[in-house]
Design a protein around this ligand. Structure first.
Ligand code: SF4
Length: 154
């Protein structure tokens, strides 16, 4: 756990795009101490790594220890779930950042992404989502659908 936190702090310092944001950090889970956010409307839950309050809304930033040349679909969905959570708990979310080890990506918040996240949440709740293909409690702990998932390991 300590190694993971140190790695995240190192990543936070070395990564760029979200580093140019001007605003106030209002939620910082790099220490692992923040409470999870909950959407009562969609029964989605999650802990973004960081939320910044900027002039036109709130920006989630998710740090990943892996390298990718394009944003991973699952990571976009995770960020999309954070958009919903933050809108319900704080206010408008124009976009968010996925910060990989080698690159960072700005992901727009739009209706398509929201619809996809809500559809996934419904699939998991109705148990029509593909069965769990891993044994990683850590994955489930970070999964926004765990509140409605019968196969969650946590
Ligand atoms: S809670 Fe775990 S098993 Fe359920 S959808 Fe999420 S990652 Fe898969």
């Amino acid at each position: 756990m300590l190694l993971f936190i140190l790695l995240k702090i190192k990543l936070r310092k070395s990564l760029k795009k979200s580093g140019s944001l001007k605003g106030e950090i209002i939620y910082d889970d790099l220490s692992g101490r923040e409470k999870p956010l909950l959407s009562r409307e969609f029964m989605i839950t999650g802990k973004p790594d960081r939320i910044m309050k900027v002039k036109n809304g709130f920006i989630p930033i998710e740090y990943k220890s892996s390298s990718h040349d394009r944003p991973e679909k699952g990571h976009i969905l995770q960020l999309g779930a954070y958009f919903i959570l933050i809108e319900e708990n704080y206010g408008d979310v124009p976009f968010g950042y996925l910060e990989y080890r080698n690159k960072s990506f700005r992901i727009k918040n739009d209706d398509n992404l929201k619809r996809t996240v809500i559809e996934k949440a419904m699939e998991v709740r109705d148990n029509s989502y593909p069965h769990r293909n891993h044994n990683s409690p850590g994955k489930c702990a970070k999964c926004p659908f765990r509140e409605v998932c019968e196969m969650s390991l946590v």
